[in-house]
Design a protein around this ligand. Structure first.
Ligand code: SAH
Length: 395
């Protein structure tokens, strides 16, 4: 019999060092079972957990790929991922879950650096040039964005460098230089310059077109995102004329799809200014006039809306891994929309927030649907429908 350790090392030589795919050593069907069990353990007390929706082809699904760069003692340039829990970089040329074209672009940039005498950034000395690369690809449009994250603003022979990379990859539609000279774990810095193209890419999800900037959040698995959003829309069961609140809205995807599917009025709120700008453009690009986006903390915004007279009928909430906060949840309860559709990328914080809602309101959890957005990793996404007990017959 094969030793599972040797087998997984054959599948991925940096399985251990990278730590990104915690479950790569297990068959996909087994991974799904474990995720299902985790959801049942954490969420089972609220209602039955529906069977997790997995991927038909759970490879190369990541539309956003990042690589860190460094030069070893012998002067060889390495690109890859930080070894888990360290500041050392493990070299990666191709990855089973990343978009293959993005991986090819990263290797090509690395190979081009010496001929342009471009150095890599050294975290200890704060000197040097290229720090990270970020590639985003719109799977439906095949538009590709290449972001070169540099430690300094000066980019010697930048035009020729861009020309050389475009010659190899004519499918790249935009190249951006992002400057990050700080000692930080964040990949992207504040300032950026568009070197080629429009500075953003577009993608299509659930029939709507979306603009994606370097810094805006966009779901990384577009195939499963459609499954996720369709489930969320089913749960919202829009009949027309509802007022819908899309909180933690990113570039407005959920609200825009809801508006397209007949919501009467949509309000979106998001903290990241770039994402809000994209959301506004996206609403216009999809010919939607009944939608407004605000840049604010979702909890603060909810508190304000809860005090207003006209209250939303449906609230979508899609917070980051940390989940929501008490301010948000209290305002949600006060606002008391007919339905709440909670989309979560962390079942632990989801369970915590559901517990708080259950104990402090008359909402009941009606549906729990896990979706595997991140095959081979231990992460799992879940869509939950909550509705007020009294409105049972409306569902
Ligand atoms: N619904 C979107 C984005 C979900 S990711 C989609 O499906 O694409 C979570 C989003 O919450 C991110 O865009 C992040 O910038 C935003 N966010 C994080 N903290 C926030 C806060 N306190 N208030 C509002 N938005 C926040």
């Amino acid at each position: 019999m094969n030793n599972p350790k040797t087998t997984v090392n054959k599948i991925c030589p940096v399985f251990k060092k990278c730590g990104g795919c915690q479950m790569l050593n297990l068959p996909y069907s087994e991974q799904l079972k474990i995720k299902q069990k985790k959801c049942e353990r954490l969420l089972g007390k609220f209602n039955k957990v529906l069977p997790i929706i997995g991927m038909e082809n759970p490879y190369h699904y990541r539309n956003k790929v990042q690589a860190a760069f460094y030069t070893d003692r012998r002067g060889k340039i390495i690109s890859g991922v930080y070894q888990s829990g360290t500041h050392r970089i493990a070299g990666v040329d191709s990855c089973l879950i990343e978009d293959s074209k993005a991986d090819e672009i990263i290797v090509a940039v690395r190979k081009l650096l010496p001929s342009f005498k471009l150095t890599t950034y050294n975290e200890d000395s704060g000197k040097g040039f290229l720090r990270h690369i970020l590639v985003k690809r719109g799977f439906a449009t095949n538009q590709i964005m290449l972001v070169l994250v540099t430690g300094t603003p000066v980019f010697p022979s930048k035009n020729n460098f861009v020309k050389a990379i475009l010659k190899q990859f004519p499918e790249i539609t935009t190249v951006v230089q992002n400057i990050n000279g700080y000692r930080t774990n964040l990949v992207l810095g504040e300032n950026q310059k568009v070197l080629y193209g429009r500075g953003y890419i577009e993608d299509i999800l659930c029939g709507c077109r979306f603009r994606i900037s370097p810094k805006s959040f966009y779901q990384i698995n577009p195939v499963q995102t459609e499954v996720l959003y369709n489930t969320a829309m089913d749960y919202a069961d829009l009949r027309g004329n509802e007022t819908v609140l899309d909180t933690y809205c990113g570039i407005g995807t959920i609200g825009i799809i809801a508006a397209k599917r007949g919501a009467g009025r949509v309000i979106g709120v998001e903290l990241n200014g770039d994402a809000v700008r994209d959301a506004k453009v996206n609403a216009a690009a999809n010919n939607l006039k009944n939608i407004r986006f605000y840049k604010a903390d979702a909890g603060e915004f909810m508190a304000e809306v809860a005090d207003e007279e006209s209250k939303p009928d449906i609230v979508f909430m899609d917070p980051p891994r940390a989940g929501s906060d008490i301010k948000f949840l209290d305002s949600l309860i006060k606002m008391s929309p007919q339905k709440v559709v909670y989309i979560s990328c962390n079942p632990e914080t989801l369970a915590r927030d559901l517990e708080y809602i259950a104990q402090n309101s008359e909402y009941v959890v009606k549906k729990i649907q896990p979706v595997d957005m991140f095959p081979h990793t231990s992460h799992v996404e879940t869509v939950v429908l909550l509705s007020r007990e009294k409105t049972d017959n409306n569902i």
